[in-house]
Design a protein around this ligand. Structure first.
Ligand SMILES: [Zn+2]
Length: 216
């Protein structure tokens, strides 16, 4: 099985859920730049202090900082150990710089799995999402409705919508994705490393398709 894998797709495409399951069910090393950034910020390292300034303002961390972080973390990785990335690279500049750096170390990307999905689908998925304020279980008003509206099946807690799961925020995030991340699809397609998952399918089917692609 290929082990150095990038998951690509818009926020709300379901790739995060697939990444989480690949990690817990199949032991993939899930490499999350978001997680590493928060770790560095918590440690108070030089990198973390710089990145923290952007995160506090709710801004995206610049390419150079993200790259420095990924290089530092992956420098301890053996080529046969592999990685599964969800959220990096986020821009073409990050992708090109990472390829150059990773190839010479034998850590080059082997496969990119693209979760293809329209804005309309992302919108309905995210704006319909509700979670239990008590136990955290996630529902969807249309796709995974609770037995009683507004109440958690598990614990009876109240179901709430996250503040940034609104149409305005979702549309804005999708536009940023189209502008900054979508060009990666063509970039990896030209390299011949791109495989596509239809992200309009239910989560279980996306998972099955992803596993098939990984084993190919
Ligand atoms: Zn609950």
């Amino acid at each position: 099985m290929r082990r150095r894998v990038i998951l690509l797709g818009p926020p709300g495409s379901g790739k995060g859920t697939v990444a989480g399951r690949l990690k817990t069910e199949f032991g993939f090393d899930h490499f999350s730049t978001g997680h590493w950034l928060r770790q560095e910020v918590a440690k108070g390292s030089a990198l973390g202090r710089q990145a923290g300034l952007f995160l506090e303002r709710g801004e995206l961390v610049p390419d150079e900082l993200v790259l420095a972080l990924v290089k530092a973390a992956l420098s301890q990785t053996q080529p046969d150990q592999g990685y599964l990335s969800d959220g990096f690279p986020r821009t073409l500049a990050q992708a090109v710089a990472f390829d150059t750096w990773a190839e010479v170390r034998g850590l080059g990307i082997q496969q990119v799995i693209y979760f293809e999905c329209t804005e309309a689908l992302v919108l309905s998925r995210i704006t319909g999402r509700r979670s239990c304020g008590n136990c955290g279980r996630v529902y969807h008003v249309a796709m995974i409705p609770p037995k009683q509206a507004g109440r958690c099946d598990e614990c009876g807690g109240e179901l709430v919508q996250r503040a940034d799961d609104t149409e305005t925020v979702v549309r804005k995030r999708f536009q940023i994705y189209l502008r900054e991340t979508e060009p990666l699809v063509e970039y990896y397609r030209k390299q011949g490393s791109l495989d596509v998952v239809d992200a309009s399918q239910p989560s279980d089917e996306m998972m099955t398709r992803t596993m098939t692609l990984l084993h190919r």
